[in-house]
Ligand binder design. Sequence first.
Ligand code: ZN
Length: 216
Amino acid sequence: MLGFVPLAMIAPPLIHENRQAIQMSRVRMRHNVFQGDAFPKPWFRPGFQNFVWVQSPNYGVRPKGTVVDTVVVHATAGSTARGAALHFFTPASQVSAHYIIGKDGSIYQCVSTFRRAWHAGVSRDFLGRGNVNNFSIGIELVNLDNGKDPYPKAQTNALLHLIEALEYRFPLKYVTSHAYIALPAGRKVDPNGFPWHSLASLNLKLVDKGHARQGP
Ligand SMILES: [Zn+2]
């Protein structure tokens, strides 16, 4: 599972990703406990815009016919990708996201994008659609989420290019924040202090609190 994949190779691993997700769901059906890959030890940083899988057991099936059109940007409120990945790796946490991006631009994938990750919680988007996990891809940025901790260029570039790559796979239209969609309002502030202008070149609508911008 530690094979790492350059961003340019995102299409070929699709088949692998799907197969792994199917295998995982079979495992869960049989044992109802996580018996997937071991947690990486020692911890591994694949480097800027490279991927590593750290499979989370915390995911479900997207409702039939769901069109995935939204990216939800989060901040981990922690200082390491390892800490976030370990949280997602733990069945009892009951949370996950599809991706974690480290400050160096390393990308960790924890849930197949074909599956429903558990990142948004009780939520509603700007169109009034509830249960945002159903139709979104959740991306966590390693950041203390205090509004002061910076989001380095390597991290925002990796996010930008990951979303661009995902546009080949899904008809994405919107990028929003966990803070914007979380219910009740004010439950979440992440990604606090995120520089939304770093995503301005995307041809997507950016929807954040007090910051809704129509894409070009
Ligand atoms: Zn969040």
